[in-house]
Design a protein around this ligand. Structure first.
Ligand code: SF4
Length: 181
């Protein structure tokens, strides 16, 4: 029988949540006994090869490409998980939400104290994904089934959540694994 598939992606995140997935250490060998990784930076598969049982998303949506990837995950994954505070509430990248986008770009490319930009232009190559007006948490863009908080969530949290979902058990994590303090 074909194994269920799990896909992961990093949107506007720092890959710390993916490091936490890898932190499950040698249990990853148990995991690959029961699942196949589909599209993921873990195996460098760039496109979905089919439908997935679980999609894990790190990071919120800061640009149009993030939105496209997130919508693609929603389309291909039966269960979608927002992994970590950036996916759940925008996290650190959302600190720009209180500043108009133009001011952010001017500071980054024109007026910042360490900027040396002889062109005096803000990069606008069509290859560069357009920034959104602000950073959006994933659940404001698509329906999200589960939120795993933390920066990053611990490897144990990820392990217990994944194994519950993969074995069709209720996802009831102890308080110690999902507390914020
Ligand atoms: S939640 Fe923390 S570890 Fe995860 S992507 Fe955001 S900043 Fe990185």
């Amino acid at each position: 029988m074909a194994k269920p598939k799990v896909a992961t992606t990093s949107l506007a995140g720092c890959f710390g949540c993916h490091m936490s997935i890898l932190d499950i250490d040698d249990r990853i060998l148990d995991l690959v006994e029961i699942i196949d990784f589909d599209k993921s930076p873990i195996n460098d598969i760039k496109e979905f090869t089919g439908e997935c049982l679980v999609g894990i998303v790190e990071g919120g949506c800061a640009n149009e490409e993030n939105v496209r990837v997130l919508q693609d995950f929603r389309k291909h994954c039966k269960i979608l998980i927002s992994l970590g505070d950036c996916a759940i509430n925008g996290g650190l990248p959302a600190m720009r939400n209180t500043i108009p986008l133009k001011e952010c770009l001017d500071e980054a490319y024109l007026n910042g104290p360490s900027v040396h930009n002889s062109t005096g232009k803000i990069p606008n190559d069509p290859e560069i994904p357009l920034l959104l007006d602000k950073v959006y948490p994933c659940h404001e863009v698509v329906k999200v089934d589960y939120h795993l908080p933390g920066c990053p969530p611990s490897a144990e949290t990820i392990w217990q959540a994944l194994t519950a979902l993969l074995t069709d058990k209720p996802l009831e994590l102890p308080y110690e694994l999902i507390k914020y303090d």
